[in-house]
Design a protein around this ligand. Sequence first.
Ligand SMILES: NC(=O)c1ccc[n+]([C@@H]2O[C@H](COP(=O)([O-])OP(=O)(O)OC[C@H]3O[C@@H](n4cnc5c(N)ncnc54)[C@H](O)[C@@H]3O)[C@@H](O)[C@H]2O)c1
Length: 338
Amino acid sequence: METIKIGIIGYGYWGPNLARNFYELPTSELIVIADQKEEQLQRAQSKYPQIKLVRDYKEVFAMGLDAVVVSTPPKTHFQIAKDCLLHGLNVLAEKPLTLESQQAEELIELADSKGLILMVGHTFRYNSAIHAMKKFIENKELGDVYYIDTARLNLGLFNRDSNVLWDLAPHDISILLYMLNQKPISVSAQGMPCVTPGVYDVAYINLIFPNNLTAYVHVSWLDPCKVRRVTIVGSKKMAVFNDMAIEGKIKIYDQGVDAPDYTNGFGEFQYSYRHGDITIPNIKFVEPLREECQDFINSIINHTEPNSSARSGLHVIKILEAAMHSIANGCTQQVIKW
Ligand SMILES: NC(=O)c1ccc[n+]([C@@H]2O[C@H](COP(=O)([O-])OP(=O)(O)OC[C@H]3O[C@@H](n4cnc5c(N)ncnc54)[C@H](O)[C@@H]3O)[C@@H](O)[C@H]2O)c1
């Protein structure tokens, strides 16, 4: 069996999850972990005593690797991913792929020119609940989709380098693009810097897709309740994915309302409400990150485009850039040039 030799760059909060998966997958071999901080390397050493540890990520270039995973802060992704691609390594970079669409385009061109896989860590594209929600839309189980609402809220983790749009919204935007399999025509957004001047900790993003389908993304580092929710409201039924639920993460509500036919008679003007069953589909759950890591390996072995391709990462960045532009210009509608 062909195995892919992997290095992890960045072993902070998220890096250990990636390291665990690549360590356990039979098709990959975890060779090295790089992190600038000594204490992170000590954590890695106690978990994986046999693996090489380095502080300077450039040392991994001489280790005969096939691929690297970049799980450092977003502002470092571009330079590290570029260096790695230039050294002939396939790259899985965490979300957001970069902080500028131009940088993402440059990386995509570089990877294509070298025949390397460049992928972004949009983990929800590997989530079985999101796969199920996508199917409900595609097979019209909910009827015509009126709108989609997403909420990703909690208290923290505050970050001075970034803002809540670039930190949390990539998840929801990637979910929307994946479920709808189309890109929005325009975007508007409102952002609030409540705690740190100039750093948005609460944001509302409004995306208009073809056929006037509208999606609302609410992200916040400043909310008393931890919420991870996607709601799809259709003409026949409504579906809610509550990622905080231990069981029954998806509920389908056979509920809705039909408007009355137009009539001049005031008394006959009645809406008919439907209050049917709430069903909980049985979803077989596998760790989405495991699926993502496996997709990276498979794409390298088979030379195929991963589900969470760098191009899908570029689309998310273009939407975030438009949202930032909208916030800076008084919540104006920004048409996106694709
Ligand atoms: N897919 C997901 O669900 C998910 C979840 C959390 C975080 N993330 C992403 O993972 C990435 C990392 O986030 P985090 O929360 O782990 O950040 P973190 O700050 O906890 O960890 C980053 C680590 O990178 C190291 N580092 C920074 N620059 C480096 C360099 N040049 N060379 C080597 N090491 C370097 C730091 O020392 C730190 O240990 C971010 O892009 C974030 O958006 C993704």
